[in-house]
Design a protein around this ligand. Structure first.
Ligand code: GDP
Length: 462
């Protein structure tokens, strides 16, 4: 089912929600949006003067029935349409006590409000034309961004950069469509031939394709940076994987003992390193065993290795390779380019010099901390640093990427159609479909189901 903005069912309910996480904190924010927001809050505060838009005032929230004082708060009023949702909005800044915040929410509901669904504030902003769908998605992206890069990209999208790029693409498609339609009425064989040789149209189509491909490539090339790196530690039992893992995390997460085979399962840990999210998996040793639990652990290790971006292969620095080390190295041969060799326990000596196996290797010591900073720097310089200039735009959402891929197929079909001199009607069809697809990204032609799904993934109160 497709709709246009004007056809979407808008409710007149006034919604309210907690906009900050539940828990004890300095402040907690309750927000309201809708035509009754002002009346509800006035009923709870009994202000002597009417609230002025875009001003913050200090007041007391009381239960209007019992006159019981609930909290001393600050509140701000945003008169429509100059608000996030485009409706009348009020934000109440209360003390961050869950009971207080709960009471305020209850009072809002008792006095005519309704609890908001996830993303309902943002969906109202979208429905009221305050932002297009890419900007609404950027709001969510900003809240969930995992690194300085993804945050920067979300800001660019929120500012409307992606919308602007898509607008240009749509304008170029509309021009193409007008060009084709202008010739459509006079379509005779001769005209078609003449038209098909029209370099203008082919040029325009090729330019469009370049731009769309530029966007899809930006998504593919930067996937790893968007999702965070997956790093795994692998090595025979007792080489110090768990200790290195802890040294990397600066905390005691994995259990470290002197009995081989302690790490029976894969431990997942997400760390923020240099503003990027890295997933570290401490895995079971890869050695032959009859122990059922350990066998399962080894199976999981193999799975973890297959999905890892970087494999830290841990060996002893102070002793020669053992049979088990060779087994692991042989086993990892076809993953060589993802492997980094860590010669651990360097504090006990540096006997092993196996640079021959992998391009990158480090002497480290989980005990003394030797080499750990160097290792972090290596990660940063080789995998995490990515600067984008202001003119560059990277597609960050899979939904956008998939639609752009489909758009590209339509443009490719258009290009081939022009080259093969097919009927103008078919060419017009491809252009219209490409236009429709781009509208799905910005929200003009998106199905209601998709829109609901997008907003349902937002936080409550956003
Ligand atoms: P894993 O089985 O590979 O996870 O190894 P662990 O991290 O459990 O470590 C096994 C043993 O080696 C423990 O007694 C650690 O204290 C010790 N160990 C780990 N790293 C070092 C290190 O860098 N130097 C020294 N001297 N001992 C270490």
């Amino acid at each position: 089912m497709l709709f246009h903005l004007s056809q979407i069912h808008k409710t007149d309910d006034t919604i309210c929600a907690l906009a900050t996480p539940i828990g004890v904190s300095a402040l907690g924010i309750v927000r309201l949006s809708g035509s009754k927001a002002l009346a509800i809050v006035e009923n709870l505060t009994k202000l002597s003067q009417p609230l002025k838009s875009h001003e913050i005032i200090k007041t007391t929230i009381k239960n209007p029935k019992t006159k019981e004082r609930v909290d001393e708060v600050c509140l701000s009023y945003f008169k429509n349409p100059k608000s996030y949702t485009g409706e009348d909005m009020i934000e109440i800044y209360a003390h961050g006590n869950p009971h207080i915040l709960n009471d305020i929410l209850h009072l809002c509901v008792q006095n005519g409000g309704r609890l908001a669904k996830p993303g309902e504030f943002s969906s109202r902003a979208f429905l009221n034309g305050k932002m297009d769908l890419t900007q609404a998605e950027a709001v969510s992206g900003l809240i969930h961004s995992k690194s300085s890069l993804t945050r920067k990209l979300a800001h660019k999208q929120l500012k409307g950069e992606f919308f602007g790029i898509l607008k240009e693409l749509k304008e170029a498609l509309v021009q193409t469509l007008s060009h084709i339609e202008a010739h459509l009425d006079f379509e005779t064989e001769g005209d078609v031939k003449e038209f098909s040789q029209d370099g203008f149209l082919l040029n325009k189509t090729e330019n469009l394709q370049k731009k769309v491909e530029g966007l899809t490539t930006s998504y593919k090339q930067n996937q790893k940076l968007m999702q965070g790196l997956k790093v795994v530690f692998v090595g025979k039992p007792n080489v110090g994987k768990s200790s290195l893992f802890n040294a990397f995390l600066n905390e005691e997460r994995a259990i470290v003992t002197e009995v081989p085979g302690t790490t029976r399962d894969v431990l997942y840990e997400t760390v923020f390193f240099d503003q990027s999210e890295i997933e570290i998996l401490d895995t079971a040793g890869v050695h032959k065993t009859e122990d059922v639990v350990e066998k399962q652990g080894i199976e999981r290790t193999k799975k973890a290795i297959n999905s890892a971006d970087i494999i830290f292969v841990v060996v002893h620095a102070h002793e020669d390779f053992q049979k088990e080390d060779h087994e692991i190295l042989t086993w990892l041969h076809d993953k060589k380019e993802h492997c980094v060799l860590l010669l651990n326990k360097a504090d006990l000596g540096k006997r092993n010099t196996p640079q021959i196996f992998f391009q990158n290797s480090f002497y480290v010591s989980a005990k003394s901390g030797e080499g750990i900073d160097e290792l972090k720097r290596f990660l940063k310089e080789n995998y995490l640093e990515k600067e984008i200039n202001d003119a560059e735009f990277i597609v960050t959402h899979q939904r956008h990427y998939e639609i752009l891929e489909k758009t590209n197929e339509k443009i490719q079909s258009l290009k081939e159609g022009i080259q093969n001199k097919i009927s103008l009607e078919y060419l017009a069809c491809d252009v219209s479909e490409a236009l429709h697809l781009l509208g799905e990204i910005t929200g003009e032609t998106t199905s209601e189901e998709v829109i609901q799904k997008i907003f349902s993934e937002f936080c409550i109160g956003k």
